[in-house]
Design a protein around this ligand. Structure first.
Ligand SMILES: [Ca+2]
Ligand SMILES: [Ca+2]
Length: 78
């Protein structure tokens, strides 16, 4: 029975890990920036306007910081 309890504990830990880690950065091509396409792969409801508003420095890409700021403020889904 002890091994079953350990297995259950491991399964619960694995199930909770993504929630504990928060929303993963949707940087599919791992260039360190989040494009509109990368963001829409996770949040299809993001509009061009919402993305442009979130792009604080206007370079057409979101840094993880720009993404986080806008998720915290509720301007982008998280
Ligand atoms: Ca990227
Ligand atoms: Ca930007």
């Amino acid at each position: 029975m002890k091994s079953l309890a350990l297995a259950l504990a491991a399964a619960v830990t694995l199930a909770l890990a993504p929630a504990l880690a928060g929303t993963p950065i949707p940087d599919t091509n791992r260039d360190g920036m989040i494009s509109l396409a990368e963001l829409r792969a996770i949040f299809p409801e993001v509009t061009d306007e919402a993305f442009a508003d979130a792009d604080i420095d206007g370079d057409g890409l979101l840094t993880p910081e720009e993404l986080k700021v806008n998720q915290v403020s509720g301007d982008l889904p998280s």
